[in-house]
Unconditional design. Structure first.
Length: 250
């Protein structure tokens, strides 16, 4: 691996996920912050993504112990914003491709983050003394919404687009029931998703606002800019685009 000391690294800025803070087993309405860790998710209960992102962050903090450099971690909600290449819609922004195509998808509540605001906060954190060895939650009260909320914004801001909200309720119920089948259930829906699918967790981003002057981009603007970039580049017409059936996992 890279020897950070040899390379002269002074600060390591890492972009992680809110999954390292949010524990699916907590009650709905729980407000999480930088003091929280997701100690529930594991490979055994099928919540591999959350488990891996939590483990990765813990390893970063462990490796930095007693080192000459410090660490800054951003634990972000689902990242959206203008797409610069077609590969970008293969990640979270792909939900808008699904909407524009009138394809079925799951409706769920989550936190969102604008890639531009996060990038600015990261740049500031590189030289801010107050940011040293701090975790920052990105995805506060102003940045939470359901997939249906995103659809409503698209429908309102782009009246010329003829779309309908195509929620895959039947498939959702079927996958929920199949998730209880021993041995194969997690391939349909992990235990983490099953126990939290109807919950609404919240994030407190007060810390990043105070230390890094972080200002979330209004959700309407983020959605509009994302959709405009997709339409202008015809990414939604890319026949090579394949949306994962379980978009709730992204």
């Amino acid at each position: 691996g890279i020897n950070a000391e040899y390379m002269g690294v002074q600060r390591f800025v890492y972009v992680g996920s809110l999954h390292s803070m949010i524990s699916p087993d907590k009650p709905t309405g729980t407000v999480f912050n930088e003091e929280d860790w997701n100690d529930w998710s594991s490979m055994d209960n099928g919540d591999g993504y959350a488990a891996s992102t939590t483990k990765a962050e813990r390893l970063i903090w462990k490796h930095a112990t007693d080192k000459h450099y410090d660490v800054v971690v951003f634990s972000c909600g689902r990242m959206i914003g203008p797409c610069l290449t077609s590969s970008h819609v293969r990640s979270t922004p792909g939900v808008f491709v699904t909407l524009l195509r009138n394809e079925p998808l799951f409706n769920f509540f989550t936190q969102w983050a604008d890639v531009r605001a996060v990038s600015k906060a990261m740049a500031i954190s590189l030289t801010s003394p107050k940011a040293a060895n701090e975790r920052f939650l990105i995805g506060g009260f102003e940045s939470e919404a359901t997939i249906r909320d995103l659809f409503d914004i698209v429908h309102r801001e782009f009246p010329e687009i003829k779309i309908e909200f195509n929620e895959n309720k039947v498939m959702g119920v079927l996958m929920y029931l199949l998730s209880y089948v021993p041995g194969i259930g997690s391939s349909f829906m992990t235990e983490g998703i099953r126990i939290s699918i109807n919950k609404r967790f919240r994030g407190n981003d007060k810390k990043v606002r105070l230390i890094l002057d972080y200002v979330p981009v209004p959700l309407t603007k983020v959605v509009v800019d994302t959709v405009q970039s997709i339409r202008e580049n015809s990414y939604h017409n890319n026949h090579h685009f394949v949306r994962k059936h379980n978009s709730i996992c992204d």
